[in-house]
Design a protein around this ligand. Sequence first.
Ligand code: URA
Length: 230
Amino acid sequence: MRLDRFLSNLPRFNRQDVRQLLASGRVRVDGQVNRDSHAEVRVFSRVELDDQVLQAGKAARYFMLHKPLGVVSATEHPEHRTVLDLLDETDKHELHLAGRLDLNTSGLLLITNDGQWSRRVTAPQGKQPKVYRVETEQPIDPACIEVFAQGLYFRFEDLLTQPAELQILAPRQARLTLYEGRYHQVKRMFGHFQNKVVGLHRLSMGAITLDERLCPGQYRALTAAEIACF
Ligand code: URA
């Protein structure tokens, strides 16, 4: 919400008051005097007028979880344990996932209460690389490298996938970098070559890499530098 709207929503100020308060430099947002009526006030912003706190600002929370197999990437599920069940945090209902992994995929999952941040993480225009370690049932056909780089046609969505980078590490093991996140994308890409994915693990999203110290099911808060990656 704009700062002037935030202030004029308070019963004691009319629009004229708000203009004066801002012009006189009495309003601070996150500790800084702010005279800009268009400045953005978020639920996480601390807003002060002189020595009064108008809004304390909610704490923004950001976590990385090493998602184990068999846990669903959702905040609620009738049958399965969800990734939120793995977090020992208060007010868990305020958290949501910045991207998902299939039930039988493990690896990096980002969880937050900051909707703007998670939209940046998942925005298709952002083209943030997501890196997966893939294990397949059959040896990987080297032709996959070129086909994945050119893009594959997905009939259901009627689209061509973004160029993806495949690095074959062993006959049945590869590292795949995607710049989007379509439904079951990795499995469908290998499915095109009649090769079943039997193991899938996400190593990184953008510049955030799964912390190797986290065992499956463990999580930690992101550092300020990690948060700033998006
Ligand atoms: N691609 C898949 O097929 N599954 C995932 O969980 C992630 C990417």
